[in-house]
Design a protein around this ligand. Structure first.
Ligand code: ADP
Length: 659
């Protein structure tokens, strides 16, 4: 496939971008004591090395009131300059244009991190927590504008080629633009000219302070279906107004806002190319600025389509380049089949950042560990060995791939006739086929690397001994406990009545082994995709689904990845019913005895089938059998302890790198 639109260079003020793919701004949460260190540097350098034409380093708060996360960099301090200089030098060495995003959240700050009251145009509420803000005085407005300018000067001193001023998601600049949050009667509110005065002053004074050879970007968003947010027409008018005054060199368009947080990082629950529609409108309205489309563009093919159809001049791919830092280089070399495609699952990027950890990636555990692991690359093993990996779930696939990349001779034995283990079943849930694509990617990689794949090969200890490998890695996964044990009822080892039948595991359902009636209860203890995706699959197939969970809300764990609300919305639309803060005290084959965890009251819930999304048990017996034969083994993934696929892939990578 020709990607000629992606690979045509473009001029951006005093710089030429070597292609059209940007690694857009996002919080990595890697600051240490407010400073960017080795971890942060290695993370960005890997993407620069991987071919991104421009990197927008994550949001930098410009003022004490602007701080949002613990991982933010020190605002208002020249101490950051030498640390950022290391970063810009390392990335510019790869021909990458380096930008830093400057931000201020206005009303939506976080007092717990900033220790500072929130400031906003008219004292509106935060949509981040339940705090309020106060209406900025004119002095505070001037102080804030100056803080943007000072931050931009600091960026310039640190070697950045420019800054991106953040006006998206209903942040401070957008709060000034939006009548809902700007009710001022002075020269900073009211008419469009007044409401845009703040942003225009910020951009104008940055240009004045930093000179002509300095890129200035503006970041906006599309959340036009929310009544209080700016409509597309209004956003186009505002951007055009800034462009008419030639205030910015590019404008970049994301989706969602603090009013619809889920659309900020649209998961697989949303369509692709979400920011492209508004980008296209802006393209028609600006005379000077380049337009960047962001938001779920995900693949070089999508990027090429968006660019080729004239919807945008640049595209920002963030999660896609977290998942595969070398995406651009692979695309340039025509190796699209080698790109490890982002699952848009948000589990280890936003899912970690949201809990205040540094970001990583479910399918690329080197993200955030580049400084420890030498990037997302491999050094040949000192002594090539024969390695037998048992089990081709995510842990086994990643171990086999990485060990083979390092020059080992790898045999991968799998009991079934397919790759992927439990992850393959997850890929059969609605809209989750990106997982199936990933498993196909593993298949291609193993093939290229000459891994000896043995399907339908259930291995016992003697079989393993007979292979005579130098090293044995057990990636045999986990199995449903099959007892119906629930953490909410720890004194009940087995669900009373489980022997009456019509009880199935998630794996039975997704593996098409379950014979289900019309009415199905899904007992979901995990609150993650294992249970929720199965309930979705069943509801979509026309079953009447009731989800019973000990949690206070269905899909509780999906909150981490900003996928819970859309999941509940879909389930509700499909007619599923939710029973929260409840356990199942007994099963009769036709009904469940549901126990309310708040009152202890019990009630009957009629159902033809009960599906258990309860705990799994590690499948690690082989390790003991091998030990008895004097054979040592590594144990990775669920076989070591049942967890999410991210743990399996992480351990596969780590073992593959060290074996
Ligand atoms: P993980 O997430 O840790 O990779 P999974 O449960 O997804 O674990 O996958 C484990 C895989 O191991 C499954 O595909 C299963 O068929 C395979 N497996 C389990 N035991 C054996 C065995 N003794 N020999 C070969 N394959 C096995």
């Amino acid at each position: 496939m020709s990607l000629k639109h992606v690979f045509s260079p473009v001029k951006l003020r005093h710089k030429t971008l070597k292609n059209r793919i940007v690694f857009g701004a996002h919080t990595t949460n890697m600051a240490q004591n407010g400073l960017p260190g080795d971890q942060h540097l290695a993370y960005y350098r890997e993407r620069a090395m991987g071919g991104a034409a421009m990197i927008v380093v994550e949001p930098m708060p410009v003022h004490p009131a602007a701080v949002l996360t613990r991982g933010n960099f020190r605002h208002s301090s020249d101490k950051v300059i030498p640390h950022f200089t290391r970063l810009t030098e390392a990335c510019k060495a790869h021909g990458t244009v380096m930008i830093q995003q400057l931000y201020h959240v206005g009303a939506h700050g976080d007092w717990d991190n900033s220790w500072h009251a929130n400031w906003s145009p008219s004292g509106g509420p935060s949509y981040h927590d339940n705090d309020g803000s106060h209406e900025m005085t004119v002095d505070e407005i001037e102080e804030t504008i100056d803080s943007f300018v000072q931050a931009a000067i600091r960026c310039q001193k640190a070697g950045f080629d420019g800054v991106e001023v953040w006006a998206a998601y209903h942040c401070l600049l957008d709060q000034f633009w939006t009548p809902f949050s700007n009710r001022r009667m002075d020269e900073w509110g009211g008419s469009l000219e007044n409401r845009t005065r703040f942003s225009r002053e910020v951009l104008r004074r940055i240009r004045e302070a930093c000179g002509e050879d300095f890129i200035i970007g503006l970041s906006v968003n599309d959340d036009s279906d929310k009544e209080v947010c700016l409509s597309r027409d209004e956003m186009v008018e505002i951007v055009a107004l800034h462009d008419a005054e030639n205030l910015m060199d590019y404008v970049t368009v994301g989706s969602g806002s603090y009013f619809d947080f889920y659309k900020l990082l649209p998961s697989f629950q949303y369509p692709e190319n979400l920011g492209a529609d508004l980008a296209e409108r802006l393209k028609g309205a600006v005379q000077h600025a380049l337009v960047t489309a962001e938001s779920n563009i995900r693949t070089p093919e999508n990027a090429n389509t968006v660019l080729g159809s004239g919807q945008a001049d640049l595209v920002a791919l963030v999660r896609a380049q977290i998942a595969d830092p070398h995406l651009v280089t692979k695309a340039r070399q025509g190796r699209l089949e080698d790109i490890r495609g982002c699952l848009t699952c948000n589990q280890q990027c936003w899912g970690r950042r949201g809990r205040d950890y540094y970001i990583s990636c479910l399918i690329n555990p080197s993200a955030g560990h580049e400084y420890l692991w030498g990037g997302d690359r491999f050094t040949p093993a000192e002594k090539p060995k024969t390695i037998l990996v048992v089990g081709a779930g995510p842990a086994g696939l990643e171990t086999a791939r990485v060990a083979a990349e390092r020059g080992h001779k790898v045999i991968l034995a799998e009991a079934s006739s397919e790759l992927g283990g439990q992850f393959r079943l997850a890929g059969l849930q609605p809209r989750r086929a990106q997982i199936t694509d990933l498993i196909a990617w593993y298949g291609r990689q193993l093939d290229k690397l000459g891994v000896d794949l043995r399907f339908n090969s259930y291995m016992d200890a003697e079989d393993i001994q007979a292979v005579g490998a130098d090293e044995v890695v057990l990636a045999t996964g986990s199995m449903p406990a099959g007892t119906g044990f629930q953490k909410a009822l720890p004194h009940v080892p087995e669900l009373p009545g489980i022997e009456t039948g019509n009880v199935w595991s998630v794996e039975d359902v997704m593996g098409r082994a379950a014979r289900l009636g019309q009415k199905v209860i899904v007992l979901d203890e995990g609150g993650n995709w294992r249970g929720i995706g199965t309930a979705w699959h069943l509801a979509e197939a026309g079953h009447q689904v009731s989800i019973v969970t000990p949690d206070a809300m269905v899909a509780r764990e999906l909150f981490r990845s900003a996928t819970d609300f859309p999941a509940r919305r879909t389930l509700a639309r499909l007619g599923a019913s939710f029973v929260t803060e409840a356990a199942i005290a007994g099963w009769s084959g036709q009904a469940a005895e549901v126990q309310c965890l708040l009152t202890g009251e019990r009630s009957q819930l009629l159902a033809d089938s009960l599906v258990l999304a309860t705990g799994n048990v590690a499948e690690n017996r082989l390790a003991g059998d091998l030990r008895a034969l004097g054979i040592a083994s590594y144990i990775v993934g669920d076989a070591c302890a049942p967890r999410l696929a991210s743990a399996a892939i992480f351990e596969g990578r780590k073992t593959g790198l060290t074996i």
